[in-house]
Design a protein around this ligand. Sequence first.
Ligand code: GLU
Length: 491
Amino acid sequence: MTVRVRFAPSPTGFLHVGGARTALFNWLYARRAGGTFLLRVEDTDRARSRPEHTQAILDGLAWLGLDADEGPVFQADGVERHRRDALKLLDQGAAYRCFCTAEELAARREEAKRAGAGYGYDGRCGRLDAAVSDARAAAGEPFAVRVRAPEEAIEWEDMIHGTMSFPAGSIDDFIILRSDGTPVYNLAVVSDDAEAGMNHVIRGDDHLSNTPKQILLYRALGRPLPAFGHVPLILGSDGKRLSKRHGAMSVLAYRDEGYLPAGMVNFLALLGWSPGDDREVFDVGGLIEAFSIGRVLKKSAVFDLEKLGWLNGRHIADAPAVELAGAVVEILGREAREEGRDLSETHPGLDSSPERLARIIDLVKGRPRTLSALARQVSPFFAATIRYDEDAVKRFWKRPEEAAFHLRRLAERLAGEAAFRDVQTLESEVRGLAAELEVGAGRVINPLRVALMGQGVSPGIFEVLEAMGRERTLARVLAAARALDAWIATA
Ligand code: GLU
């Protein structure tokens, strides 16, 4: 049997983290088994479905690399088949016409509520004589179609939760075709999944209560049952259901914030799944190899932004520099344009010396957690002018006279070509100066880092010096000393 699975989003919003995780689990399951992954857009709710949402979902899946083997198919295109399936059940006697009006049903629901009882349809139209039912329909009386609920419990072996059981009487005779002729959601899903030969249905826990109804419909339609697996909810770090306040909900917002698809996919995979050992960093191939639905946890997953940042940082560090270069050029280019300038003015050489850019990216990529942070670290190596980060200044230039003095002494010491021979020589020059000044190396290195990078963080300072080169280093160090003078004068 070839595995056939699907992702079936409703286009009522963007692709959110929960939906993306469901899509990913289905996709991994299919890829692992060499099966087929189908995409079905459930657009039958005309009032809430929007083409721009469909597009946003497709864009989100494309960004994550979750390619569909079949589809997208659109649920609304199947509405005639949905109706035929409902009428087939009516013909077979598995369903019946219900002539109860909305007002009557509402009144009975009210009554049940007043009596403190749960409400379920009492099945009265199911007991109508067939001839009576036919006559009322022939006379033009509007009716809905209800399926007959079973006498016995409905059970299934859930791929994630194990045996699930809904006791007899927990499902009432529910409507499958409304009196206006529109099929209900559960019927449409079963009709579509059966038609497309889906043999595994993996979806969110929020669909658990739909599953017994759907099983009932499969049986009534005489279609083979798929295996069901219900993926647990995603909670925020405060234990509440994931919502906007826990971070961006749309996966594309993470793209815009500088996360890599590989980092996001890795993070989503670990939301409720674990490989069973302590591995955490996976590329997509590794995930396909390691994924098993049996290792999806029953308990809710917790959305941890900190973890996403860390994983993304690992993926940035592992990515070849050439793959990151485009993003860096784009981010710094966008920033330049926002200031009404051109990248070749703000960062001369950045997009015309790919080899140097790649070397710089390799130097800095071990630390940043997002592409924007990566761009911030690359920027000083090309920037025409440097901006000093306020926090870094407060922390590392807190003794401005001393910082200016150390920087000037350093400029003297590094003035000769020889100092820049290699990283070791640079290190011994800087440490040598600190020894001569009888201060800890940090009192020279920290002001130097701010002078060169404008920031309080960087890769190893001696590698930074080498990558900056002699000319740029001396210019930066002296410019910083002058900035400190000016600052002292006005303080
Ligand atoms: N359209 C449903 C949703 O977006 C999913 C239905 C299903 O997976 O069976 O929640």
